[in-house]
Ligand binder design. Structure first.
Ligand SMILES: NC(=O)C1=CN([C@@H]2O[C@H](COP(=O)(O)OP(=O)(O)OC[C@H]3O[C@@H](n4cnc5c(N)ncnc54)[C@H](OP(=O)(O)O)[C@@H]3O)[C@@H](O)[C@H]2O)C=CC1
Ligand SMILES: Nc1nc(=O)c2c([nH]1)NC[C@@H]1CN(c3ccc(C(=O)N[C@@H](CCC(=O)O)C(=O)O)cc3)C=[N+]21
Length: 389
């Protein structure tokens, strides 16, 4: 409606001008009216997006088909002085953000892995095997282990599960690790974390054979990831998943400022190392970082793995930033089936208004992390074939 009303005013003004002014004056008049019309419509919308949409959509209506019907109704007041035309830049509306679909990327990766598993079976009569060691009865750990086993079944990887009670000794866990180290049908070993507090995590993880360390937590694999010119045998799955999501979306990493929130061996540390290998400039934010929002606001890419629900607010982010949310945090929700739901580290509803691309939780990094575990297991089985011929 507003567009039409202004269109009519324009025509009235033109009619008045045409009655008094010479033909040579009409071009600047039209230009000034166009400019004013744009300015006028810019006030109609309530948001920046509205402004831009109106600025684009109204200009044709000024010269539109309703032009002749108001020639007869002239304005009663005298024409106002014509302002000097000022060209108004018309900003392009921001493109809607890409919601990175981890589920479908994981599906693609899994079907690729399935084919390789079949090839390996046909060519070498070898089926990749993944062993998972689960200590205790944490509900979240049990679910994650279930997902891993289900994913193995889907792609034809054999899975083995050792379940130990919370009260077992560190040596009993090491015994399980040793048995799987020696079993030729097991190519990858994963000790589900966290372990009970009374256990020395580093000792247990250090016992996993370097060649079966599909989690990539062995100190030699971590060291080789950190050192230029060296190649780790395995890279931690969540870090690989983050890079997969970025690379598959053709997000340029070279020279970009990436901020990683968290520095754990599971996610933060390997992700920051991997980003450096891809030539990003990396800042690390952790629990002791002062004013983290000042650092994230400078980032082209933010990867959050703090385990703190809704830590990263929209105001922490620069417009156009790419956001990868690794955090998987259960929050109470009496309306959902299990009394809780999962949420990320990033306040999605705020961040989605600022970001150019963002991963959701669930359905972002998580499924790709599991796909990377399958991929590492397949690599371990291939390597075992190579070393046995
Ligand atoms: N989607 C997926 O595939 C995966 C998701 N996850 C999820 O990612 C999250 C992190 O996991 P994980 O690395 O194992 O967790 P950890 O608890 O081991 O590490 C958390 C890291 O975040 C930092 N941190 C904690 N609070 C803050 C804060 N307020 N501000 C800034 N930094 C903070 C800690 O800093 P400091 O070192 O100083 O203590 C630490 O480095 C969890 O939600 C987990 O469930 C984990 C693995 C895979
Ligand atoms: N040795 C070891 N290696 C790990 O890699 C490891 C670990 N221990 N301990 C726990 C964390 C956590 N982690 C996740 C993996 C997948 C999802 C995942 O698939 N999440 C789904 C949702 C799952 C749901 O709905 O419950 C998603 O985000 O869409 C989440 C978290 C791996 N971790």
């Amino acid at each position: 409606m507003a567009a039409l009303t202004w269109g009519r005013l324009v025509k009235r003004k033109m009619a008045a001008d045409s009655a008094s002014a010479s033909a040579s004056a009409s071009a600047p008049v039209l230009f000034s009216l166009l400019a004013r019309s744009r300015r006028c419509h810019a006030t109609v919308g309530t948001s920046k997006e509205d402004e831009d949409t109106h600025a684009h959509s109204t200009s044709p209506s000024i010269l539109g088909p309703d032009l002749p019907d108001i020639w007869s109704s002239l304005p009663t007041s005298p024409p106002r002085p014509i302002p000097i035309p000022i060209p108004i830049p018309i900003p392009m509306p921001p493109a809607p953000p890409t919601i990175i679909d981890g589920k479908s990327i994981a599906q693609e990766i899994r079907s690729h892995i399935s084919k390789h598993v079949i090839n390996l079976k046909n060519s070498y009569d070898k089926v990749p095997g993944l062993a998972v060691i689960l200590v205790g009865h944490r509900r979240d750990s049990q679910s994650y282990v279930r997902y891993k086993i289900k994913a193995c079944n889907e792609v034809g990887i054999t899975s083995f599960l050792a379940q130990l009670p919370h009260s077992c000794s560190e040596d009993e866990v090491i015994d399980s690790v040793t048995r799987f180290n020696e079993d030729p049908s097991v190519h990858g070993i994963l000790v589900q974390l966290p372990l009970p507090q009374h256990m020395d995590e580093e000792r247990i993880l250090g016992a996993v054979s370097l060649h079966k360390d599909v989690d990539g937590f062995h100190p030699l694999n971590v060291g080789n990831l950190a050192l230029r010119g060296r190649q780790p045998l395995f890279i931690p799955c969540a870090a690989k998943a983050c890079l997969q999501l970025l690379l598959r979306h053709q997000i340029d990493l070279v020279g970009k400022h990436a901020v990683v929130i968290g520095r754990s061996k599971v996610v933060g540390l390997p992700t920051s190392l991997l980003l450096q290998r891809h030539y990003s400039t990396v800042s690390i934010v952790h629990a002791f970082t002062h004013r983290p929002e000042e650092i994230t606001r400078e980032a082209d890419i933010v990867i959050s793995a703090a385990g703190v629900a809704n830590l990263v607010r929209g105001s922490w982010l620069k417009r156009g930033v790419v956001v990868i949310d690794v955090g998987t945090n259960p929050i109470e929700d009496p309306d959902s089936e299990h009394g809780y739901r999962l949420t990320g580290d990033v306040h999605f509803d705020e961040a989605v208004k600022v970001a150019s691309a963002i991963t959701p939780v669930p359905g972002g990094v998580g499924p790709v992390t599991i796909a990377m575990l399958l991929s590492n297991t397949l690599d371990a089985a291939k390597e075992a074939c190579r070393s046995s011929v």
